[in-house]
Write a protein that binds this ligand. Sequence first.
Ligand code: GCO
Length: 456
Amino acid sequence: MPFPGIPDDFLWGVASAAYQVEGAVAEDGRAPSVWDTFCAEPGRIRDGDTGAVATDHYHRYREDVALLRDLGVGAYRFSVSWPRVMPGGEVNPAGLDFYDRLVDELVAAGIAPAVTLFHWDTPQAVEDAGGWLERDTAERFAEYASVVADRLKDRVRLWMPLNEPVVVTMFGYALGNHAPGKTLGFGALPIVHHLLLGHGRAVQALRAAGCTGIGIANNHGPVWPASESEVDRNAAQTYDTLVNRLFADPVLLGKYPVPELAAAMPGPILEDLKVISEPLDFYGINYYQSTLVGESTTDSAQVVEGALLPPGLPFAPQPITGYPTTDFGWPVVPDGLRETVATFVERYGDALPPIYITESGCSYHDPDPVAGRVADPERIAYHEGHLTALAAAIAAGADVRGYFAWSATDNFEWAAGYRERFGLVHVDYATQRRTPKDSYHWYRRVVGQRLDPDKP
Ligand code: GCO
């Protein structure tokens, strides 16, 4: 049996997000999101790629669900597109119908739907009214949450109002290499509070609609100091606070991690924190990599993961050496997943609900299919290593209930376009042909052995 320690009722899944797979951006009443606008600006996306067609999942969802059924996963995490469901503030029945069909198809295939409500695709109309810089956006988001809940609540097993709010804030609003492309630096801090308030108000709306299985999906990873020097340790601690605690502390503990951050937030903070810390049924961790951080020693800007970090920040991410890297250049540190989970257990104690790993995955520039096969041994090694590390965290006492591989199919990797391939299924973008990779067959065996130990 692989991964001893992983419980038999563990939920095996795969994940995706609307703008990365759906395409059909102007169909059935969908309005533009900030990502449509951003992709249309020259120079924003590698090779000028856009999500206009993506993997055409909007039209091919039946074929995609059939692939998931054959994979044998127990759950599929996808996101609902806000600009499809409420393009201009009013409900668009045709948009909502798509998710109704998708959810029916999943349920018929024996797969539990796990829904993200905001995977970064703010309707452009909402952005034009101030977007997440405006408190009112949290209310608009809660209205949208209740519309989706009313339609899908009878069939959805897990709900995640927000996905990776720290990335939206940092890349979308502080550094500007993601939509909506704003470069506000620390001026982006109000976004944090409004996203959190949107989360809390959406949780309330979901509960009011009778939903259960409510959580969040946020990305986390160990932050290691570049050296034992005090300056490097302080720099790492600051960075850790921003990426690992800025959203988790308010949600789980009802407070901001440090008074300076609380002081930077707009509105009636104490009242809001009560809403933000509505109890959750689970906490979703997206894990991709660990980060080495030292003091900022340069007076010039630094490019990290495509983002231009301005000079003068109190920290500087540095390359991690001694680990293999993916073709995207990310260090592969499986034990970082164990460490992340262990840190959460230690840091939040009784305030931490059960954990799901809501994403983990890797991009390799896979070869084209040959005779219906795509060999991707590195991706298998990635997931095998991370599941082994996760099993160790569980063996040490962490309550982890599931793992969602990112991603089901190759898809639109934001500013990096289509070059990066994270899927268990290869997509030929010229023909939209899907070819399960070796990693798909490997994952199918892992999932299947858990379900039925006698299965070959
Ligand atoms: C997320 C992720 C995904 C990415 C994946 C690989 O926020 O859920 O950013 O959308 O495609 O993490 O970078």
